[in-house]
Design a protein around this ligand. Sequence first.
Ligand code: PLP
Length: 400
Amino acid sequence: MLQMAGRMSVLGTETAFEVLARANALAAQGRSIVNLGIGQPDFPTPEHIVEAGRKALADGHHGYTAANGIPQLRTAVAADLYRRHRVEVSPDRVLVVPGGKVTMFFAILMLGEPGVEILYPNPGFPIYESVIRFSGATAVPIPLYEGAGFSFSAAEVLDKITPRTRLIIINSPANPTGGVVPRAELDRLVAGLEHHPQVAVLSDEIYGEILYDGAEHVSLLRYPSIRDRVILLDGWSKTYAMTGWRMGYGVWPQALFAAAERLAINCHSCVNAAAQFAGLAALTGPREPVERMVRAFAERREFIVEALNGLPGIRCARPGGAFYTFPNITGTGLDSRSLQNRLLEEAGVATISGTSFGAFGEGYLRFSYANSREAIEDAIGRMRRLLGNLPIAAAARAAS
Ligand code: PLP
C-alpha cells in the first residue's frame, strides 16, 4: 500500500480546472457549452511576442539559463516597474519563475510552518489557503465585503495580527471579485503594519494592468516604510495573454532572495529559455495590444454587469479591475454550488461557485468575462431561461 506524506491530505485545488474538465467532457458529448468559468484572456498572445519566442528557438536558446532569469529580462522587469510605479527596484531582487503561482508557493513555503499564522483574502484565489495549510501554518481569513467593493477593512486586518503572524497576502485587483482596494485603505494598512515589523506582505498584483475607469494601480512597492518586506507577485499571464507560456516573477526582499532562488534551483532550475525572450519582447514592445485588450474587457464589463442585474435573483456590483464579476445570487434561493452545477448541467453555462474561493464566497458565483460579447449574450439568455423556471422566480411573478 503506497503511503503519502500527511500534508498531502490538506492540499486543496483550483476548482476552475475541474469545471473546465467537466465543461470539456460535456462539449465532447456534443453539448453546447459557453465557458465563463476559466480565468484567462480569450485573446491570442500578441504576434511580436510570439515571434520573439520563435526567434529565440531559431537562434539556439535551447539550454538552461541562469536560475533567476536571463539578465536582460530582469533588467526589463525593473524598468517596467519603474515605468508603472516610479519605484527603483534592483534587478538583483527579481526572480523570474514559471508563472505567477510559483512566487506564491515559494513565499508561503518559506514563511509558513506549524505555529505560524498567515492572513489571506477570502473569498480569494484558492491556492493561498491551500498552500498555507500545506505549509502547516494556520490560515486566517481576511473577509472581503461586497458593500465595500470587495475590499478589506484595514482595521480588521490589523486586528487579526498576533505575535504568530508572519505573512499577510493582499490581492488587488482581485480574483474572484474584480475588487480593487482603495488607496486610503492601503495607506491605513501600511501605517498599521509599521507597528508589526515581523510581518511580511505578499502582494499579488497579477491583474495590476487590468483596471477600469482610468483608475491607477497602487503597488505596495510604492510604500517605502514596508518596502524591505514586500514580496511582489506579478507576471505575464494576464496582461499579455500568456497563461500557457508559464512566465511570472517575484520581487523579493533582499533578506529572502537567496532562499527563493535556492527553492527555484531545487524545483525547476530555470524558466523555459525561449519563453523568457518572449517575455522580454512583451515588456519592451508596443503597449497597444495590452491597451486594446483592456478596452475590450471594459466594454464587456459594462455589458455583463447590466445584463446580470437584469436576471431574477441576481445582484451584481461593478468590479474595478481584472476580468471577473462576482454577483450575489442569494435571491435565486439556491446555494452557490447548486447554481453552478445547474447552470453547467442544465443550461450549458460554465461558472465557478463562490465557495471555490473560500467559505466567504457562499452566496456568489464567479463569471469571467474574458469571452466574446456574443458568448456572454448567449450565456445570459440561457441563464434567464433557467432562473425563470426556478420556484423562487415563479413566486416573485405571482406576488407582483
Ligand atoms: N494570482 C491570481 C490572483 C490569479 O488569479 C492567478 C491565476 O489565475 C495567479 C496568481 C497565477 O497566475 P499564473 O497563471 O501566472 O501562475
